[in-house]
Design a protein around this ligand. Sequence first.
Ligand SMILES: Cc1cc2nc3c(=O)[nH]c(=O)nc-3n(C[C@H](O)[C@H](O)[C@H](O)COP(=O)(O)OP(=O)(O)OC[C@H]3O[C@@H](n4cnc5c(N)ncnc54)[C@H](O)[C@@H]3O)c2cc1C
Length: 413
Amino acid sequence: MADFDIAIAGAGAVGMSCALWAQMRGHRVLLMDPEPPGSGTSYGNACTLATYACLPVNDPSVLTSLPGLMFSRDSPLSLSYAHALRNPRWMLSFLANCRAAPSHRIAGHLADLLSHADAGINPLIEAAGAGDLVVARGQLSVWSTGKAGKAATAGLERRRALGVPWREVGPDEALEMEPGLHLPVKRAVHFHAARHLRDPQEFITRMHRAFTELGGSTLTAAVEAVRPSACGVELQAEGQSLTAGHAVIACGAFSRRIEGTGTQKLPLGTERGYHVMFRDEAHRVTRPVGWDEAGFYAVPHANGLRLTGTVEIAALDAPANKRRLAYIARKGAEMLGALPEPDSEWLGYRPTMPDSLPVIGRSPQSERVLYAFGHQHIGLTLGGITGRLIADLAEGRQPNVDLAPFAADRSYA
Ligand SMILES: Cc1cc2nc3c(=O)[nH]c(=O)nc-3n(C[C@H](O)[C@H](O)[C@H](O)COP(=O)(O)OP(=O)(O)OC[C@H]3O[C@@H](n4cnc5c(N)ncnc54)[C@H](O)[C@@H]3O)c2cc1C
């Protein structure tokens, strides 16, 4: 008999949710990570259960704005051209998916998955005793120019057609909802079904506590290799060898680094993102507020005001780009008025396939290896449903979500 039914590599929002779902279903689960649960990209995000976020970064507007990105210091999207040239497969596929037809198809698949997000995460919030961390005040998106506000209409209507509820809010009402805004608000939309977590890492820590209390095991070690066979998987982790019925690869942007998983063949890339924290300024906003043109959010985190977002397409191991951090701090002051010096800064790695769809399903090489990565901008939101789907697959159950669009061996264009 194998040591465990299911061994999970990675204890971020996705891996931890897989572990807790499987443990709640009564399996013998091992969670493996060299770092504390929730301390990777899941630590520093915009805290939003963004059930509205079905429009991918792959958008026709990227194709027209690309030349400008090369020179602008004021763009929410930045690209390392050296990195792009070293990774032509990811880059070309990403750009091909910016055409209107694939972009709309991707939005449909993301909307389908997002429609199950609350059903995936709510049981975990309850099991973790984390109801006090959840705030149901929606998300407010604002535009500071009439031109950008108008340009957003097509995307907003597409979301509505895909079942995402939102409400147009006039500039006066937006300022009543968020009096701390200093922007000239020209358009505002309230995604009232969205929620946010006051502290994503605390949520994951509490999930880990619930997992442990239910009998789950944790090994603080990096998984180096997996060796699947017909009846199970052998895992190597820092000198230890373990066996499990199934292995789940949930290492976010680092999911290609484990030998024997088959992930090395997949075009997993990263969209890097940043945050800056201001310890005593959380009162500036009462819910996540996204300044659309600037590509970032102001979020009331339990530990202060968090300004976070932007997309930087660059290597996993490249140093933090100080210009990105300066951009967020500068734009934050435009959005909210003068701010003190930040108390901390952070760089994180969104795990992104070039079609912005996650990979959720069996490895094409072995049904004993399950993939759960590539959740790009919405891994906090989709972790819960991913965990439930992975538990279904490990049990040989038919999931109630069509997983074909998320299969590893799909065409990435
Ligand atoms: C600026 C920014 C803002 C964001 N805002 C939001 C938001 O508001 N809402 C939302 O839903 N999403 C948001 N996201 C996206 C979200 O944070 C990610 O999609 C999510 O954190 C990915 O979770 P993960 O578990 O896949 O990866 P991670 O959180 O990175 O976890 C991966 C784990 O794998 C571990 N690991 C790595 N290698 C190994 C190994 N060999 N063996 C074992 N373990 C290993 C790492 O230590 C890490 O703990 C944002 C992201 C960024 C960068």
